[in-house]
Design a protein around this ligand. Structure first.
Ligand code: KIV
Length: 272
């Protein structure tokens, strides 16, 4: 097992200090039982807005409310004690103004006990990042493929595939770093772009579909467990087929009920 050795929750400054020392491991979690299982293994847990798709079966990440992310983040924080917990800000909860962002991020931090927030957006969001960081809210900036921009990007497409696009991502990265972001999440970008951004950044880069050059990696847990449904990105490696196990267990139960062999006497209430 690849367990970490810490005995206390990893803080944001400790996460930052891992750059250049050791690779950072992260997975998403939205519920208590999954979070608890990964707590001794991962460095940080991302309560991603991907739960809109993988948890609620919605067609994009746009339809997730602030109350929903708060409820999921509370469940993750209260069932873990070692991993740093980062909450994703839902679409529409921070883009309007730095003040709107502060109001909503402060609620997320205060009501959940999480360590930091993540938001999506290029250089245009740098002013908001600076506003938040200066007021005590640590920000991970998500650039490259940004699922909340699905309509302007025309789908979930890899980014930075030519030099002009690569330079635009580099400029987004520099703007967020200057604004005080403690980490950059790079999604769906070409390997060269991930390498360039990781080299220029004093803060850790976390990749998803962005090559091994990043300082760490994150995956959507359902995707790597075989629970991702029909829209698993091509870059995802499936580490287990939990979907098949669930089907098998449900089928075993259904077979017993239909055959009249359930419950067995030892599973009846009141029988030792
Ligand atoms: O919401 C999420 O799970 C994410 C991942 C794509 C990193 O942002």
């Amino acid at each position: 097992m690849s367990l970490h050795t810490r005995t206390k929750r990893l803080s944001v400054p400790q996460l930052v200090a891992m750059k250049g020392q050791q690779k950072i491991v992260s997975l998403t979690a939205y519920t208590s039982h999954i979070a608890k299982l990964m707590d001794p293994i991962v460095d940080f847990i991302l309560v991603g807005d991907s739960t809109a798709m993988v948890g609620y079966g919605r067609t994009s990440t746009l339809d997730l409310s602030l109350d929903e992310i708060i409820a999921h983040t509370r469940a993750v924080v209260s069932s873990t004690r070692l991993a740093c917990v980062i909450a994703d800000m839902p679409f529409g909860s921070y883009q309007e103004s730095p003040q709107q962002a502060y109001r909503n991020c402060a609620q997320v931090l205060a009501r959940t006990g999480c360590d930091a927030i993540k938001l999506e957006g290029g250089a245009v969001l740098a002013e908001t990042v600076e506003f938040l960081v200066k007021r005590g809210i640590p920000v991970m900036a998500h650039i490259g493929l940004m699922p909340q921009y699905v309509h302007t990007m025309g789908g979930f497409k890899a980014q930075g595939m030519n030099e002009t696009a690569a330079q635009a991502i580099e400029a987004d990265a520099r703007a967020h770093l200057a604004a005080g972001a403690f980490s950059l999440l790079l999604e769906g970008v070409a390997e060269g772009v991930a390498r360039r951004v990781t080299e220029l950044s004093p803060m850790p880069t976390i990749g998803i579909g962005a090559s091994p050059s990043c300082d760490g990696q994150v995956l959507v847990t359902e995707d790597m467990l075989g629970l991702g449904g029909d829209h698993v990105p091509r870059f995802v490696k499936q580490y287990a087929d939990v979907g098949a196990l669930i089907t098998q267990a449900c089928d075993a139960f259904a077979t017993q009920v239909r055959e009249g062999t359930f419950p067995e006497a030892r599973h009846c209430y009141g029988v030792d």
